[in-house]
Design a binder for this molecule. Structure first.
Ligand code: BMA
Length: 873
């Protein structure tokens, strides 16, 4: 038997590691496999505690309240069984009035092995109901049947992460006592008066719990930022048989409380004003008070699905009446062990999302309903949340016990999260409708699917929250889904709803290979994280090319081989590095990150240009692009733009650019070069100066420049330049018949009045086929700058401690895809505001923002600069 000190909140893996039973860092090497034994044992968490006194026990109701137990357990108090748990996402409450005693008490939570429980449940289900819900073959890297336990699906491994099916008390646990009633949750709906848009109505519901069979004479007070909205309102409360009662109010906000609307990042006024709403419950015949304070925002949200040409439906969000182009990414659990996540880390990830001009993150359905801190930050930063319910990628059982547990989970989570202005939409699951369409032919599974996600979930969500939309799955055909009884033949129809798109076979820098949907909620490409991130998990000896077994152990893209995918795709554009040690592996990392960044840039720019629906096919008219995936769960080859630990890949710096409200996007269309001007700002009609410059790789002065002026509207995508390649060869005087390999384009748009500026580049052939010349990049200067971009405080409640440095570089010729990094193990962490950039005219300054205590010299001495010609082949 192993006995160690445990922590709450926490779980067994972290406990055993902290106490030294597990000797090595959990995410190192192949410890995901070596330490799996932990998950096959049953672990009991026990605590003896003092502090229960007569006063507490004399209350009418005394409960043990468990906000989160992971997962299947029996709970005893003083050796008496008081309850059982089987859902990580449910809050449990057990009557302990007659079990607790004055003075010392012991609580024990005995948890079962999750993988063994899932296996047993799946067998029992098959025996009882005579069919298989899912088939699964266990491997060293994965555990099976996560669908049979209500637990973070990714804890059994995923195609970007390891299996750590932990056990523990992952949220707070304590005693709650009262005589009358408590407010458990507060939900809100903010409505705007269509005639006077600065006047708002606030609907507030207090969700009250009491075991009292008698009616209670309650007094309710509601304040907004300490100003009274409802004062001493008397209300008679009669609880239902389950002990629940709701008090509803519809309040017109008085004129003396000025309301500033909440907007997503970068939309309209870009204000993320939040208000403190307090609901207080007291009683005429008692001193007891129960109060809840929630931070709310005033905004309306709509998912607009109206007919388009070609028999389609639009699919976009409208916030406070303004259409929003959703720009963002997908969020996975930021740690496989939730207790190892710090608030500072979550904050850094979300601030990074905002820095990349994102306004939406999708909380993907194979993780957890995130922490309160996560949604609070999203509210502050203006990041809208597409919230999946935690069901992913495979059919689920539908026996009555399971469905009951689902019901409780969904009702509780909706009430917990509903007041956050950032949450924009609920989705029933990740890709289950798509999985059924692709792999499951029997009617049984379809019926089961509808039972869970339509009959149960849709009903609960739409009853529990009338203030925002619900879709049964992501992807789905949105409103059209209903006509196919929620189990469509093709839930990824480009005419409707949202779409997930992956393609590892085609050349990824070619926009014509991508599907043109209404809202692309997943698309992605793999790359390797940086050396520094690898070295947190693997020894120096593993840093080689061809890749080591240690690196390959972390490729979890089953069907395709992730390592081969990366090399295959990078090889389309670059000569792969020569075999070698750490430097050649660093070359491969660099190429993989450029290839990924260019792929996502190409696809995202297509989506931002593609505002018009094709009347023939009904395709296009895109209003949302969320690439897969924002963050990582461990160091591995994955789709993430932010490495585990918080470092930005080149893709993340590219995202700052391709998600900027002002985008100038050049592209090759057959034999023409076109440039689109895309605006997501709300400034109205503006004039822009366009410059298209042609460069020869061997010189850092343009050989040709086109200039023109264009008037454009807010929220538009407009073609501003269109020339055939032969015509460009003629006007820019190509000395041969073909200058594809010699030339590269630099485009820029500016509006001086509003100080708006955007630029971009266009390659005419793959780097490996271009006449790129070694640019001899040098550091001219590194100096600390105050008030630079990146140092500004973000959001009303967020203050950054970061310092910013400006790094000035020179180059002798055009330098493509210049990456900046630090030598590994120097301990300098921070973000380059641009990375993987081009130097066109011989000079470039880049801002580095850091919380590390560094000097100019420290930065200069440790900087590693790489461009395409530095890769040794
Ligand atoms: C989709 C996602 C995830 C997965 C990703 C990459 O299927 O929903 O399940 O990690 O693609 O394969």
């Amino acid at each position: 038997m192993i006995t160690v000190r445990a922590r709450v909140p926490g779980s067994i893996y972290s406990d055993l590691r902290r106490e030294g039973v597990l000797k090595e860092s959990l995410l190192s090497g192949d410890n995901d496999v070596k330490y799996r034994w932990v998950s096959y044992d049953n672990w009991t968490f026990e605590r003896t505690f003092n502090g229960i006194d007569e006063k507490l026990l004399s209350k009418q109701y005394v409960y043990l309240l468990a906000n989160g137990i992971d997962t299947v357990s029996e709970v005893t108090v003083n050796d008496r069984l008081i309850g059982r748990t089987d859902n990580q996402f449910v809050r449990y409450k057990w009557d302990v009035k007659h079990v607790l005693r004055v003075g010392q008490n012991t609580v024990r939570v005995s948890i079962q092995s999750a993988p063994l429980y899932s296996l047993r449940k799946s067998k029992e289900y098959e025996e009882k109901y005579k069919y298989k819900v899912i088939s699964c073959t266990k491997s060293d890297n994965t555990e099976c049947y996560v669908d049979f336990i209500r637990k973070m699906a990714a804890s059994y491994s995923w195609d970007w992460g390891p299996a750590f099916p932990t056990q523990g008390i992952w949220k707070s646990l304590g005693v709650e006592s009262y005589d009358r009633a408590v407010i458990r949750d507060v939900t809100v709906d903010t409505r705007r008066d269509p005639k006077t848009p600065d006047r708002w109505t606030l609907a507030v519901s207090a969700h009250i719990e009491t075991a009292s069979k008698k009616q209670l004479d309650a007094i309710i007070d509601i304040t907004l930022d300490d100003k009274p909205l409802v004062a001493k309102h008397s209300q008679r409360l009669t609880a239902d048989p389950l002990g629940a009662v709701k008090a509803d109010f519809v309040i017109t906000i008085p004129e003396d409380i000025p309301i500033i609307a909440w907007y997503p990042n970068g939309v309209a006024d870009n204000t993320q004003q939040l208000y403190s709403l307090q609901v207080r419950l007291s009683f005429a015949d008692s001193q007891e008070v129960s109060a809840q304070t929630k931070r709310i925002g005033f905004r309306t949200i709509r998912l607009v699905q109206s007919p388009t040409p070609g028999d389609g439906l639009t699919f976009y969000f409208e916030v406070n009446g303004q259409p929003v182009f959703a720009k963002g990414s997908n969020w996975i659990p930021a740690n496989v062990l939730q207790e190892d996540l710090t608030e500072a880390y979550v904050r850094d990830l979300l601030v990074s999302a905002r820095s990349a001009n994102m306004n939406v993150l999708r909380v993907w359905g194979g993780g957890v309903y995130e922490s309160d801190v996560f949604y609070d930050l999203a509210d502050e930063l203006g990041i809208m949340i597409w919230q999946d319910m935690m069901y992913a990628c495979a059919p689920y059982p539908v026996n009555p016990e399971f469905l009951l547990s689902v019901d409780v989970e969904i009702s509780q989570q909706i009430r917990r999260l509903q007041h956050h202005p950032s949450i924009a939409i609920w989705a029933g699951n990740n890709e289950i409708e798509a999985v059924i369409a692709a792999f499951v032919s029997d009617e049984r599974h379809k019926q089961d699917y509808r039972e869970l996600f339509v009959k149960h979930m849709q009903t609960l969500v739409t009853d529990g929250d009338t203030s925002r939309p619900f879709v049964t799955s992501s992807p789905s055909n949105g409103l059209k889904d209903k006509l196919e009884n929620y189990t469509a033949k093709n839930p990824g129809d480009l005419r409707y709803g949202d779409v997930h798109s992956y393609n590892y076979m085609s050349p990824q820098w070619d926009w014509t290979v991508y599907p043109r949907g209404k809202f692309i909620s997943e698309y992605g490409q793999l790359s390797y994280p940086s050396l520094d991130t690898w070295l947190t998990a693997l020894p120096d000896a593993d840093m080689t090319y061809p890749t080591s077994a240690g690196v390959r152990h972390r490729n979890r893209l089953g069907f395709f081989n992730g390592t081969q995918v990366i090399e295959g795709l990078s090889g389309n554009y670059f000569q792969l590095p020569a075999p070698g040690g750490v430097d050649r592996f660093a070359d491969l990392i660099y190429l993989s990150q450029i290839t990924q960044a260019m792929a996502i840039k190409t696809q995202t720019e297509l989506y931002r240009r593609d505002r018009e629906v094709d009347p023939q096919t009904g395709f296009g008219g895109t209003m949302g692009a969320l690439y897969w995936q924002l963050n990582d769960i461990w160091p591995a080859p994955t789709w993430a733009s932010i490495e585990f630990g918080g470092k930005w890949k080149i893709l993340h710096s590219f995202a700052r650019h391709f998600y900027h409200n002002l985008l100038v996007s050049p592209y090759l269309d057959n034999n023409s070069i076109k440039v689109s001007l895309v605006r997501d700002d709300y400034y109205g009609k503006l004039d822009f100066d366009l410059s298209v410059k042609v460069y020869d790789w061997s010189q850092n002065r343009p050989i040709y420049e086109h200039k023109s002026r264009h008037s454009s509207d807010s929220f538009s995508a407009q073609l501003v330049y269109n020339i055939t390649v032969p015509e460009l060869y003629r006007v820019a005087k190509c000395p041969q018949t073909d200058c594809h390999s010699d030339w590269v384009l630099n485009v820029e748009v500016t509006n001086t009045e509003r100080k708006l500026q955007a630029n971009n580049f266009l390659l005419l052939s793959e780097p490996k086929n271009s006449h790129i010349i070694q640019p001899n990049i040098k550091v001219l200067d590194v100096k600390e700058v105050k008030g630079a971009e990146g140092s500004a405080p973000v959001g009303p409640h967020y203050l950054s401690n970061s310092r910013t440095f400006s790094i000035s570089l020179s180059s002798e010729t055009i330098a493509p895809f210049v990456s900046l990094d630090f030598r590994p193990k120097t301990g300098i962490s921070g973000h380059f505001m641009e990375n993987g950039f081009f130097i066109f005219d011989g000079k470039k300054s880049v801002i580095f923002s850091t919380e590390s205590n560094v000097t100019d010299k420290h930065i200069r001495d440790n900087l590693v600069i790489k461009s395409v010609t530095d890769v040794i082949v």
